[in-house]
Structure formats: structure tokens, C-alpha cells
Design a protein around this ligand. Structure first.
Ligand code: THU
Length: 127
């Protein structure tokens, strides 16, 4: 991925994190997905008093894309200002696998970012 696209995705995910609804964990996460047509869709985590209904930022961003008929995802960026880089949880990895063969994944925080791929984070994905 070129540096311009990478920076655009990180900026979009960071901005999305500002909308996080996380009164229980206090952990704000933002995500941005890049689709095959070049569009970017964002999402934040939305928590719930019944905890288990919480939805992660990544799935919110993916569902927004798919809701606009953008069913091919080529890259995902996750941003959190927390101490550790925000690698996507297992449920989000599996959800992403539904909409790509492989995808570039950027995990970003206040001190920098790292790049990986879905194939590395979810080998032998169930499909
Ligand atoms: N969270 C995400 O948004 N993405 C992940 O991949 C892992 C966790 C959110 C869910 C919850 O609101 C908070 O982070 C703490 O777990």
C-alpha cells in the first residue's frame, strides 16, 4: 500500500475513534476499511450495558461498507491511543474473512503503526 493511502486510512480511523461509545471500558477504537472501488468506510466501538452486545469498531466499519453494497475489502486500519497496538479480535478477523481472500491490516496508535495481513492473523480461515 502506498504511503498516501496508508496515512489516509490511519487518519480516518483516528477520527472515527473520537466517536467511540465506550463508557464501560474507556477504550476508544476507530476503524477504517478500504474497499475494492477505492471508498473508505469508518466505524467505532459501541458498548452496551449488557456488555456482550458491544460491537467492535472493525465490524462496525465492515458492516457500513457492506450496507453500501461494497462487499470487497482490500485493507483495514484499526486505531487506538491505548498503550498497545490494537490488533483486531478473533470475531473481527473472521468477519473480515467473509469479504476478502486476504487484506492488508494496519494497526495504529499514538506512537506509530505496524502492517500485517489477514492471512497472517487468521491462517486457514473458515469459509
Ligand atoms: N474492541 C474493538 O473495538 N476492536 C477490537 O478488535 C477489540 C476490542 C473494543 C470493544 C470494547 O468496546 C473495547 O474495545 C474493550 O474491549
Amino acid at each position: 500500500m502506498d504511503a498516501k493511502t496508508k496515512n489516509k486510512l490511519i487518519a480516518a480511523a483516528e477520527e472515527a475513534a473520537e466517536n467511540a461509545y465506550c463508557p464501560y471500558s474507556g477504550y476508544a477504537v476507530g476503524a477504517a476499511v478500504l474497499t475494492g472501488s477505492g471508498k473508505v468506510f469508518c466505524g467505532c466501538n459501541v458498548e452496551n450495558a449488557s456488555y456482550s452486545l458491544t460491537v467492535c469498531a472493525e465490524r462496525n466499519a465492515i458492516f457500513r461498507a457492506v450496507g453500501e453494497r461494497e462487499k470487497e475489502i482490500v485493507a483495514l486500519c484499526v486505531y487506538s491511543a491505548g498503550d498497545r497496538l490494537p490488533y483486531p479480535c478473533g470475531a473481527c478477523r473472521q468477519t473480515l474473512a467473509e469479504f476478502c481472500d486476504d487484506a492488508e491490516i494496519i494497526v495504529a496508535g499514538k506512537d506509530g503503526s505496524k502492517e500485517t495481513t489477514l492471512k497472517k492473523l487468521l491462517p486457514s480461515a473458515f469459509r
